[in-house]
Design a protein around this ligand. Structure first.
Ligand SMILES: [Zn+2]
Length: 427
């Protein structure tokens, strides 16, 4: 008889354990169980085999899912969550028929967010970010990407990146999006702003973000300007992302393939050659259907990406202008309804797809030995309930890194998962 595997946490009592170990049926195990040690999964299998394989430490934690479906925490690979200001009135005005160009001309829109974010002290941005992270976690997201891009000066971009590092259990990946839009003080001189980004900001912020992203689209930056940022970013050791082909087909997808970007995001206006190039270069397509929903625009051709063999991720694009939604469950539902993904395709894209879009496919996104013990307990008996039972929060609790990630008590001595009644339960 071989020696048992030591564990300080075991999960049992599931009716379904969705491992995402493969895309087919999301690796679903009926009455699956898992064991973890020091935050890393050491065993996954059927509960009937748990006792024979695993020895739980005396002070170990047993999480009883009480008949629920358990799946990996969501990995949200595209958010703009660090900002100040409030644009609810703008949303109402736009639905009332006011054009975005008119709102911009009146000092609103993204410029209002830039102004408020620049003015906010670091402590205020940290407070806002912590509250948003609570809500992401309450809705099942255990890893999230945070972009800068509302500072648009060295000091303000640095402040945004610093606020994104506020103490919180949700795992974070940081992206420098200095080339988001041309700020007011560079109005009419986008090339001068790009020079400032390349010469001053990127070198100074090396080490404060893992990724550099550029908004390459009509009305933002063109391919030549994006190339300049990518050349410098690559030399400095940043990994690359790009906002591409959302508003018009300008060549961002092909550029992503050429530069080996980890992901290209939005991708609504793509053609067949773009898909082939992304597939050949292994670029992950991050689709953001919540933005299409909010803006009443076309959806990215998700089916075409899957048919072409491109890895697809689903993310929220959480931001104050075009998708104020931190709930990836809702995005999964929209992707199924509007983009005709199957529930399994959408759930895989919101976990393993997101992990791949952040270069973390060996660390998070699935429940397999060697990966982080990040899982969520659903108020559901099947994974298919998640897109089907929509508009509500089906997440009952979360474990991040083998620890109860509830707001009230982060101690490993907890024997139940977060119950959603603390501050994290707010939505
Ligand atoms: Zn974005």
């Amino acid at each position: 008889m071989s020696e048992k595997i030591a564990a300080d946490l075991v999960l049992r009592g599931t009716c379904e354990l969705v491992t995402m170990s493969r895309r087919e049926e999301c690796g679903s195990l009926t009455r699956g169980a898992l064991a973890a040690k020091e935050g890393v999964i050491v065993w996954v299998g059927h509960e009937a085999d748990l006792e024979g394989a695993v020895r739980v430490d005396d002070d170990g934690v047993v999480v009883d899912a009480d008949g629920a479906c358990v799946m990996p925490g969501f990995v949200d690979a595209h958010t703009h969550m660090v900002f100040a200001g409030d644009r609810a009135d703008e949303y109402a005005a736009r639905l009332g028929g006011v054009a975005y160009s008119e709102i911009l001309a009146g000092g609103g829109g993204i410029n209002a967010t830039v102004r408020a974010t620049r003015e906010a002290p670091l402590e205020e941005l940290e407070r806002l970010t912590r509250a948003r992270l609570d809500s992401f976690l309450a809705h099942g997201t255990t890893t999230v990407e945070c972009k800068s891009g509302y500072g648009q000066s060295l000091a303000a971009e640095r402040k945004q990146l610093a606020a994104a590092r506020v103490d919180h259990p949700v795992r974070r990946v940081h992206t420098l999006l200095a080339a988001h839009l041309t700020p007011p003080e560079f109005a009419g001189r986008p090339d001068d702003y790009i020079a400032y980004v390349c010469d001053e900001m990127l070198p100074a912020l090396q080490g404060e973000a893992e990724f550099v992203d550029v908004f390459c689209d009509e009305g933002a930056f063109n391919v030549a300007q994006t190339r300049r940022v990518f050349d410098v970013a690559k030399t400095l050791g940043f990994r690359l992302k790009v906002h591409a082909e959302e508003l018009a087909h300008t060549g961002g997808a092909r550029l992503a393939a050429e530069y080996g970007c980890v992901s290209a995001d939005h991708l609504i206006r793509v053609d067949g050659d773009d898909l082939a190039a992304l597939r050949a270069a292994g670029v992950v397509a991050v689709l953001l259907p919540g933005t299409s929903y909010t803006l009443h625009t076309d959806y990215a051709p998700a089916r075409a990406f899957l048919d072409a063999g491109v890895t697809v991720a689903l993310a929220t694009d959480f931001n104050p202008g075009t998708c104020y939604c931190e709930n990836l469950q809702a995005i999964v539902s929209v992707a199924c309804q509007e983009d005709r993904l199957t529930p399994d395709e959408a759930l895989y894209a919101a976990t393993m797809g997101g992990a791949a879009a952040l270069g973390l496919q060996d660390e998070v996104g699935s429940l397999e030995a060697g990966k982080a013990c990040d899982f969520i307990v659903l108020a559901a008996r099947s994974r298919h309930e998640l897109p089907y039972h929509w508009g509500v929060n089906l997440v009952e609790g979360a474990i991040v890194g083998g620890r109860h990630a509830g707001p009230a008590d982060g101690s490993a001595a907890e024997h139940t998962v977060a119950d959603g009644t603390g501050p994290a339960g707010r939505s």
